[in-house]
Each structure stands twice: as C-alpha cells, then as structure tokens.
Design a protein around this ligand. Sequence first.
Ligand SMILES: O=C(O)C(=O)C[C@]1(C(=O)O)C=C[C@@H](O)C=C1
Length: 293
Amino acid sequence: MKTIALLPAGSVSDEAAKHFIGTENVTWDHHRLISDVFLSTVNGVSNYSVIPIENTIEGSVSLHMDWLVHEVDLPIRAEWVYPSIQNLIGRNNELIGEDGELDFTRIQKVISHPVAMAQCLQFLRSKMPQAVTEHVSSTAEAVRIVRDNPGQGIVAIGTTTAASNNGLDVLASGVTDHDNNYTRFLLVGPEAYAERQSDTVKTSILITLPEDFPGALHQVLAAFAWRKINLTRIESRPTKKKLGNYYFFIDIDMSLESVLLPSALEEIEALGCQVRILGSYPSFTYEQLAATK
Ligand SMILES: O=C(O)C(=O)C[C@]1(C(=O)O)C=C[C@@H](O)C=C1
C-alpha cells in the first residue's frame, strides 16, 4: 500500500493521479495547498507527492517549480501528461434568464486556480466581462466554495468530477481558449517508482552559472549540442539570493545512466558551474497511458 499526497478530490491533479497510478493499493492524502502536498512526503506521511509542473497554455507553474528547487529535496520519480479539461460550474437555476436560457451576464464572480483561470481568459472576457475573478488554491476548492455559497452569482472553473461530487451543474463544458490543453505532472518522493516502465527516460537538472563568465550559458549548451543530446526544456528562475541571479532548469531527453550524459555534466562542472540533479525518471505521454489502462 502506498500513500500519495495531492491536491483535493476532484482537482485535475486528482484525475491525473488516478489515471497514472490507478486506484488499487493506494491511500490518497489530499491537501488544500501545494506546500502541504510537498510536505506530506517530506514528513514521511506519504510515499510520493503529485505535482502539476507545466501546462500547454500557461507554461511552467512557477510556484511549484520553486518549491521543488528551494523548499524540498525530493527526487522526481516519474512524469506524465494529462488533459486539463475545464468547465464552468455553478447552479443552472441561479442563472436562468426570462427567456429560459442560461444568462451569463448574471454571473458576478468566477473563482478558480490561477493556472486553470489563465486557460480560459478569452472565454471569460467574451461571455461574462462583468464578472470579477478570484484565485484559490485548486479548481476543486473553487467548486467547493461555489457549493457553500448559493445565491451569490458565484461560479467556478473546474472538472466535471468536482461538479458531480458537489451536486452542481456544468454550465458550459470544455471552456479553455485552446484545444489540446494538457498538464505535465511529476511524481516526487524518496523511493524509486517501479510500477510503470517507459522507453522514454528523462533527466532534470539545475545549473547555476559562475559569475562574470561571459558565454557561460553558450558553453553549457555546447556540452549538450556536440554530443547531440536533446534538451526538451530550458528555463531560468531566480536564485532568490541576489537580484539578477538566475539558475537554469533543464530537462534532458536522456537517462542519467546513458554513457553520454554524465560526461556532459562533468564538462559543465569543469566550467565552474554547479549542477544539481533533480531526477532521472520514466516519462509517459497521455496516449501511452491510455493504451495500457
Ligand atoms: O487545481 C487543480 O485542479 C490542479 O490540479 C492544479 C492545476 C495546476 O496547478 O496547474 C493542475 C492542472 C490544471 O491545469 C490547473 C491547475
């Protein structure tokens, strides 16, 4: 039996976790805040935490990346992709106009997780420009707040699972501004996750460049380029130590056990860079997981 920490039941994380891990021999440890999702595994209450890290429309989830890097030391054990299908959720009977149709101009407030809200901004602007928006800690939390506050013109952006868990209506489905909206999730924890194997193994690292070394980033990239090592993401984030100091978060399409990658990292360290390995882990596409269900 494994215990898995994650955001509340009915969140996108919850759907994605069940899709990847299944429902047998698992205890779910739900938390309202992502910090508590991380800390549950740090404190040994859970074996793994499920962390949303990147979205098709919104890009990286900076808060979660920063926690992974600055606040905890939990290796990445797997990554997978899951569709983020967002819906407008509330009560039909509160919004019916005189013509018997849903009248979105009666909506006063829309609440959701900031990443979910950002996926639907054009929809919200065009259909309910009068509504104010408010961010909460997950889409599931937003739907719970709508359930507990009837008669106030409040709606949420969230999953159909959360709508039915809370006895609410789906007022409009699939409301993201772009199709093919997926979120990439990480499983982090102290133990390797051997339950699922993939032919694709990726490695994530953090690189801090030496100060006053013109062309350092160029040389780092060259160490990968001449070995023909494919990078799937490179992103800079503040070190939080000094204004203007950044580290580079790099995802590499190769296992740390390959011959080439350790030598590239040695070359980078020889330049005076600090290299921290965040994990070397199997990676799964949505189609791959759906085919093995
Ligand atoms: O609020 C949720 O439902 C979550 O699981 C969080 C989260 C995120 O942090 O990116 C996950 C996926 C969605 O794209 C939006 C929000």
